[in-house]
Design a protein around this ligand. Sequence first.
Ligand code: FAD
Ligand code: SF4
Length: 330
Amino acid sequence: MREFGYQRALDVPGAVALLGSDPDARVLGGGTNLVDLMKTGVERPGLLIDVRELPLDRIEVTDDGGLRIGATVTNSDLAADPEVRRRYPALAEAVLAGASGQLRNMATVGGNLLQRTRCGYFADLSKPCNKRDPGSGCPAVGGEHHNHAILGATEHCVAVHPSDMGVALAAFDAVISYETAAGTGELPLADFYLSVGSTPHLETALPSGALITGITLPPAPVAAHSRYRKVRERASYAFAIGSIAAALDVQDGVVREVRLAFGAVASRPWRAREAERALTSGPATAEAFAAAADAELAAAQTLPDNGYKVTLMRNLVVALLTELTEEATR
Ligand SMILES: Cc1cc2nc3c(=O)[nH]c(=O)nc-3n(C[C@H](O)[C@H](O)[C@H](O)COP(=O)(O)OP(=O)(O)OC[C@H]3O[C@@H](n4cnc5c(N)ncnc54)[C@H](O)[C@@H]3O)c2cc1C
Ligand code: SF4
């Protein structure tokens, strides 16, 4: 690891000023991803700005009945919060499905949004990688890609976004707040992550020098009837190979409202809007759930070793929506 500076920020303007003062400065949340990447040399910041003492560690109910979550709230505190569990249970379940207890105690909401891909080539400096070293190539396309993307990827990069939390946030239309030296700003999660295109190294629409200050979840009564389901290669302590956040409002066998987002299938948490459109106002049956999944997955472009994800996601959609329907009619 090369030498770097360290400074603890005590207020948001101070953190933003420090961040703007040095193009090599980076925000340190829990450090559970950034420090790992510094050890391997993938990340080489000149200055770390520790934001853990900032007053951004609260979860509050907003006037309209949504939630405002500070950027330094830990994953553990987020998952344990009674209002999160009551209003957005899929979010609590998603966070608890990630990492380990010790990691969740350290990891923060801001850091979780900006954690980097777990593609093995990205972390291996001896290999080319367009995301780490633009223009160098993507060895995953012809190599190890069984965990990689089936939606929205290009030949320039087929890596997936690893966050479980982000999948639930996508289902519930989260809005990311940030601050730069020029002022404050907001980005809906749908616009926060950039499409891969030919520039996979450009991952988010955050302006340079931006400190994420929090996330707002708009009110969504349907979210109270939500679940997160994650499939992984071993029972715990592993990233998803496919996951889904689903919320469902069924009345008299008809889908009144549905929210669906997929994880581990794209470079971003994937809101399944085609499937939602196909389901809304239709019957809440296994056949309709399967057809909706097919509508969403029609855009899938698979490689030799990741085609299984199409079946996996279809089965997840049917299983989770069937469970939510049964709960609604009990
Ligand atoms: C062994 C292991 C297993 C894991 N398993 C899972 C899993 O199954 N599912 C899952 O979702 N995650 C998993 N994780 C990832 C873990 O959730 C992330 O490492 C964590 O969420 C990152 O949060 P952090 O606060 O530690 O971020 P850091 O490591 O501190 O930062 C990550 C990035 O975010 C930036 N950043 C942090 N805070 C801010 C801010 N407020 N404003 C602007 N930029 C900021 C940093 O500069 C850095 O670029 C795992 C991690 C490990 C090590
Ligand atoms: S899939 Fe993306 S992250 Fe992985 S090697 Fe290719 S360019 Fe790099």
